[in-house]
Write a protein that binds this ligand. Sequence first.
Ligand code: MG
Ligand code: MG
Length: 277
Amino acid sequence: MIQIKTDAEIALMRQAGLVVGRTLEKLRAAVAPGMTTADLDAIAEESIRGEGAIPSFQGYRGFPACICTSVNSEIVHGIPSAKAVIRSGDVISIDCGAIVEGYHGDAAVTVPVGDVQPDRLELLRVTEESLWRGIAAASLGGRLIDISRSIESYIRSQPHPRAAAGGSWGIVEEYVGHGIGTEMHQDPQVYNYVGRRMAKGPELVRGLALAVEPMVNLGSRATRVLEDGWTVVTQDGAPSAHFEHTFTLTERGPWVLTAVDGGEARLSALGALQAAG
Ligand code: MG
Ligand code: MG
């Protein structure tokens, strides 16, 4: 069932979103070679609890940490560990969720560490931009599939670093975005691609909140889950990127609840916001 929130409920989601957005900014600034992913988890817990919020991942279906940390060929759901040392050249996806008065925020970034190969940086750029293109395609009265189409068509429009050797972007299909509100994962599912017989999906209305989260691999889109039951990796070992934001819609356009600036800068640049006033 799709949950439609009141303005007061969306205001609580904005509070949760700001906790997530500020926590991810702290983590992005902190990431450095020699740290462990458990160090990042400790920073996240202090940040989230320090703002009076609850880390939503902790205990979610038994998940043992506050954030997911997915390094290089890990796509999503990696578990922070004191044994996982971050090295220069890595790309690390950090996924974070927080709850304020029962309402959720959920967002992720992939951060380059030190000296990173250009093809990996391009993977990050394309994945992050596809997230913003997806959100920018959403408007009141539009349809859910507008988001999926915009994400996929942007990724497909971007030359792959190894196109000459037959390389192409692997858009992950097994894991998708979602509605969000009083639960982290709600209907509807937000696909990062358009399937052959995919319905256009529900109308985008006020009070709907969605977490959009493209996952793109530098190689094949094929995934598998490690023996820990959580960590999703690329089957071919190629690196992967993941970016996510939670957003809602206003008459002006999308409002990105997990972006500290509400998405103003990126969405204005894409022409997705009505002029204020
Ligand atoms: Mg997430
Ligand atoms: Mg999510």
